[in-house]
Design a protein. Structure first.
Ligand code: BT5
Length: 262
């Protein structure tokens, strides 16, 4: 995998250093540790399987061996710490682009960090940040993509989660080489990162919104056990927070929560 990836890689700065392991607890955890030790921008960690793959809010990311991509990338942008969530948007745009180019045109983004195909999750992004005062020290963007799992394998490995999950293979009908997918993803990620650095957030927010599947859809938002509301998903603000217009005309900002189209 690593030799193939090095041969295919066209990105110039991202992936100059790639750490590959057959097994890690979590590629994000490993890269956070490397970041603390001063690893350079563009450092990448990939594992064939994860024993403790992480999602948001202590959730887990199911990470079997030999079939999917689990990858983390280190960024060191000179931005304020509160802008770090924009990296989830940058990664989502790059991911949808790569998946669509494989021929899966109906792949789109589900706020805040999912890539879905016909409502089923094919990939997720976990952005973690370490601040230095009010600025970013470094950001780790972790990406998990279900690539070559068949429906039977998804059901077997994922149990209940299998019902809301899908893979590239399930939609394409054939295998995709993981090293090639990773090389394409790093190239597109580098491209969108450069656009963000040179043109600013608006270019990213526009592209994100174009690839977002739920614009103007009616949604149910769950903030926590006690707070839930419905409304129309109208966009994201300059920080990437979701804007939902409720029936009484109020626009609510969702910073973290689960959103279901109803
Ligand atoms: C995410 O969290 O979607 C972010 C997932 C990021 C995983 C990558 S893999 C490389 C890097 N290293 C890590 O340790 N993590 C990152 P969230 O939105 O919280 O979604 C988690 C939920 O997705 C779970 O609670 C399940 O319902 C579902 N899920 C878990 N594994 C899945 C899978 N393989 N495919 C589809 N859905 C899954």
């Amino acid at each position: 995998m690593i030799r193939k990836l090095n041969g295919l890689l066209r990105a110039k700065s991202i992936g100059k250093v790639i750490h590959y392991q057959d097994e890690l607890e979590s590629t994000n955890t490993t890269l956070l540790e490397l970041g603390e030790k001063g690893a350079s921008e563009g450092t990448v960690v990939i594992a064939d399987r994860q024993t403790g793959g992480r999602g948001r809010l202590e959730r887990s990311w199911i990470s079997p061996a030999g079939t999917n991509l689990y990858i983390s990338i280190l960024f060191k942008p000179e931005i304020v710490a509160t802008d770090a969530p924009l990296f989830t948007l940058i990664a989502s745009v790059a991911l949808v682009e790569v998946i669509q180019r494989l021929g899966i045109e109906n792949a789109n983004i589900k706020w805040p960090n999912d890539i879905v195909i016909q409502g089923k999750k094919v990939a997720g992004v976990l952005t973690e940040m370490r601040p230095r005062r009010e600025m970013v020290d470094f950001i780790v963007v972790g990406i998990g993509v279900n690539i070559n799992m068949t429906r039977d394998e998804i059901n077997l490995e994922m149990g209940n989660v299998g019902r809301i999950a899908t893979s590239i293979k399930e939609n394409l009908g054939n295998d995709v080489e993981r090293a090639k997918f990773a090389a394409d993803l790093l190239l597109h990620l580098e491209n969108w990162y450069q656009i963000f650095i040179s043109k600013g957030r608006s270019a990213i927010l526009t592209e994100w919104t174009n690839r977002w599947g739920d614009l103007n859809k009616r949604v149910s938002v769950t903030i926590n056990e006690n707070e839930q509301f419905e409304g129309s998903a109208v966009g994201v603000d300059e920080k990437g927070y979701l804007l939902v217009e409720t029936d009484n005309g109020e626009t609510k900002k969702v910073i973290a929560g689960d959103v279901q189209v109803i």
